[in-house]
Structure formats: C-alpha cells, structure tokens
Design a protein around this ligand. Structure first.
Ligand code: ACO
Length: 321
C-alpha cells in the first residue's frame, strides 16, 4: 500500500494588512459589525505587483524548506486557485519555472474555496496510483482583485495569501502516517449563489465576486457535517479521536456551528479567519502552517480538514500528520 505522507508545510502572506477600521473608511461598515458577523479583524492584501504565482512560489519554497527537500525532488505541482495570473497558461507552470523544475507536471485546479481539499485528494490519488512520488499541493489566491470594493456585503470578507504542503509517497510496511481518506462533493444547482460575474467565454473580462451570503450560510453547516461524516465512516475515527479540526476559514460562525454540530471540542479547532479573512483555496494550508509552526500540530496527530465553497463544492480529508 502506498501512503501520501506530509513532509512539509509552508505559507506566505502579503505584507500589507487591511483592518476593519481601514475598511470602515472605504464603505459603510464597522469593526463591530464585521467581527460579530464573521470573526474577521484583519486580512492581508497583495501589492499591485504581486501575483498569485508570487504568493504560491513563496509558500512552495517555505514548504520545501520545512520538508528539507530540493525543488528538483518534486515531480508534480497541483495549484488550487480561482484567481490565476492569466487565463492560461496555468499558474502552476509559473511556480514550476520559478522553482527551476523542468521535469514532471504542473497544473491548476479550480474548486473555489474547496480547491485545496480537491487538490489534496487529487495528489493523494496520483501518489497512491504510483504515478508521482513527491507532490507540491498549493492553495494560492488574490481575491482582492475580484472584489467590488464598493460592496460592503462582500469586500469585508476576503483576503489574499498562499499555503502549501509537500506530500511524499511512503511504501514503508506499517506506515501509520499520511492521508487516510478524502471525500469530494459538488452540486451545480447552486452555481448562482456564489460566483464571479464574467469571464473569458461570457464577457471576455473578469467581473466581481457576487454572493447570496445567507443562502451560502444556510447550506454550509449541513454540507460540511455530511462530508465529515463520510470521513469518519470510512476510517472509524470520530469527533473525539481527532486532534485538530482545520476547517476552511470563511466565517467564524460557520466554523463554530460546524464544530458544535459535530461535537468537536472548541480547543481542537484551528482559527485563522480573524487574521486572514477568507483566503478561499489558501485558507486551509495557511491554517495548517500556522498550527504547525506554533507547535500545535505534531507528527502523529490526526488532523481533519474540511471546506465548502462556490459551485457548491465541498469536501473533507483526514490526515495522520
Ligand atoms: N457592514 C455593515 N452592514 C452590513 C455589511 C457590512 N459589511 N454587510 C451587510 N450589511 C447589512 C446588510 O445590508 C443588511 O442590512 P439591512 O438589514 O438594512 O438590509 C444587514 O447588514 C444584514 O445583512 P445579512 O446579509 O442578512 O447579514 P448576515 O447576518 O447574513 O451576515 C454574512 C452576512 C456575514 C455574509 C453571512 O451571511 C455569512 O457569513 N454568509 C456566509 C457567506 C460566506 O462566508 N461566504 C464566504 C464565501 S463562501 C465560503 O467560503 C464557504
């Protein structure tokens, strides 16, 4: 049996931060409203010259350093993003070139906020099939570029950033570590509840993020609970046996409600939404990096990740770290 074992994790956040107070100078909002409804206090925003590929490359380098690996050891790069540098080529090939890798393969994957879980599942299956040995799984976004900065109902929610994991195939007998299970779902009937108005095939130019916030909220907790249930059923694990719950960081209220519904103790929940806002596909690897760096997530820990986002798409994974 081949297992996909986490060898390294890394993150990158743009230097510039935008606080709720800063936003209150731009639109009719307040720190109190944003904190109470979302738990967000500040978010990072990329400089005009900083592209998604720059964020992704910095996170990839950090993950490789953490793994003690050279870029040349990587044979596959999967980059989850909804905010690519260009329509094509894939942002992943810019990261590949930036790392000086000329072998193997690199491609983008698009599942909005669930992108990282979809990318992790894809990487895990490529590793298990024996096709690739060392995979960089990256979530990187510059949502600041698709926000309507005059719309208070959306511009306060998102931030920019990138995070990455290095996965390596392990065929060691009795290997306990690695990705234990992944579960992906989507339901396109909800495609108009969260979308960007415009794109190459419809309007040629990219528009702004649009969202029916209440509708997203209404569906989120049930979908998250369902797909986590799938992960528990597949492995025999449960809310009590996991060490860390690292959810997609969209909104504090969605995270808290999900943890309550699943019976996950609050001290096991990793929260970064207060400092990062919703960084879409980057939020989970950013949160994994934060909890790894401050010593919470340790080798051998059982880590549950979960995301839900535009499409709708949703998914879960259990990782023995
Ligand atoms: N500041 C002040 N007031 C605001 C703001 C703001 N930034 N935004 C909206 N309001 C106002 C509205 O205009 C409305 O005013 P009205 O009553 O006079 O019409 C009032 O606040 C209530 O608005 P609602 O949209 O009903 O507020 P709600 O409590 O639903 O909170 C929110 C909005 C935070 C977007 C919530 O619906 C939510 O969290 N939804 C989930 C969406 C989400 O997290 N999306 C992220 C992307 S999807 C994903 O990653 C899963």
């Amino acid at each position: 049996v081949i297992r996909s074992v986490v060898r390294g994790v890394g993150a990158y956040l743009p230097a510039r931060t935008l606080t709720n107070a800063d936003l209150a100078l731009m639109v009719d909002t307040s720190d109190e409203w944003i904190v109470q409804r979302t738990g967000i206090r500040e978010r990072h925003v990329a400089a005009d010259t900083e592209l998604t590929s720059d964020l992704a490359l910095a996170a990839a380098r950090a993950a490789l350093a953490n793994a003690g690996m050279e870029p040349g050891e990587i044979d596959l790069i999967i980059l989850a993003t909804s905010t690519p540098d260009n329509t094509f080529p894939a942002t992943a090939v810019s990261v590949q070139a930036g790392l000086g890798i000329t072998h193997g393969a690199a491609f983008d994957l698009q599942a909005v906020c669930s992108g990282f879980v979809f990318a992790l599942a894809t990487a895990d299956n490529f590793i298990k099939s024996g096709a690739y040995k060392r995979v960089l799984v990256i979530g990187a976004e510059t949502f600041s570029r698709i926000l309507d900065w005059s719309d208070r109902t959306t511009c306060v929610l998102f931030g920019d950033g990138a995070g990455a994991l290095v996965l390596e195939a392990s065929e060691s007998e009795g290997e306990q570590r690695g990705v234990l299970t992944t579960h992906l779902r989507s339901d396109g009937r909800h495609k108009n509840k969260l979308y960007v108005d415009g794109g190459v095939s419809s309007t040629k130019t990219v528009g702004y993020l649009r969202m029916e916030g209440r509708e997203v909220f209404r569906h989120a907790v049930g979908m998250i609970a369902d797909v986590i249930d799938d992960a528990f059923k597949a492995t025999g694990e449960n809310a009590g046996s996991i060490d860390w719950f690292v959810p997609h960081q969209a909104n504090r209220r969605i995270i808290d409600a999900s943890a309550v519904k699943l019976g996950i103790a609050p001290e096991k929940v990793v929260i970064t939404v207060d400092k990062h806002g919703n960084t879409s596909a980057a939020s989970i690897p950013l949160a994994l990096a934060a909890a790894h760096e401050d010593g919470r997530i340790k080798t051998g820990d059982l880590v549950l990740i979960e995301a839900m986002g535009g499409g709708f798409t949703w998914g879960s994974a259990l990782i023995r770290w």
